[in-house]
Design a protein around this ligand. Structure first.
Ligand code: ATP
Ligand code: MG
Length: 171
């Protein structure tokens, strides 16, 4: 319980803190993704979920390293958490105008169309996630990720099909 509350308060602090401008540097997208994957690898292995990163395209981005990694971890963590065992999570990278684009594609439970507009709201959790004891959370991840992406003038979009899978697109 203590560790859950620690996570919760850290999330809340982060929500409160961003906003007064962040120091951006030039970063290699590949290494951000590698670090983010390493943070969710244990959970993925426990469910025998394979995370498949894109072939290296050597994209550079300007941003704040810690928060960008945090945003990627959030999306990857969700992909693992809301997918059945023995599925795959694919990561595709590319460019869209002057922005880097990262797609995280899972083969998970999906999100109902009627719930899609709400998942970026603080503390919102879809019905199916609340019912399952194995997918615990506070519904904070995406609201923080959204905030981080906003700070980088980017966008966070989602496409989903029930029982087929979900794709998050970080631009
Ligand atoms: P936490 O605060 O630990 O991240 P959480 O995962 O429930 O908790 P969010 O990451 O904000 O919170 O996600 C909000 C909700 O969106 C989830 O509860 C889940 O219902 C839905 N969701 C997010 N990502 C996916 C996904 N890849 N597949 C299916 N549902 C998802
Ligand atoms: Mg989450």
């Amino acid at each position: 319980e203590l560790s859950k509350l620690t996570t919760l308060s850290e999330g809340l602090l982060q929500l409160a803190h961003t906003g007064n401008g962040i120091a951006k540097t030039k970063l290699e997208l590949d290494s951000l993704i590698t670090i983010a994957i390493s943070r969710v690898l244990k959970g993925a292995e426990q469910k025998q979920i394979l995370i498949v990163p894109d072939k290296s395209k050597k994209l550079a981005v300007r941003g704040e390293e810690t928060s960008l990694i945090e945003a990627l971890v959030t999306v990857l963590d969700n992909a693992v958490k809301y997918s059945p065992d023995k599925t795959e999570v694919k990561i595709k990278t590319g460019k869209s105008k002057e922005f880097a684009q990262i797609e995280v594609i899972d083969q998970g439970i999906g999100i109902k169309a009627s719930e899609l507009p709400y998942i970026f709201e603080r503390f919102y959790r879809a019905d199916s996630s609340r019912k399952r004891s194995e997918t615990e959370g506070y519904g904070l991840g995406l609201s923080i990720a959204q905030k981080i992406v906003d700070e980088h003038d980017g966008s966070l979009r989602v496409k989903s099909k029930m029982n087929k899978g979900t794709t998050f697109i970080v631009t």
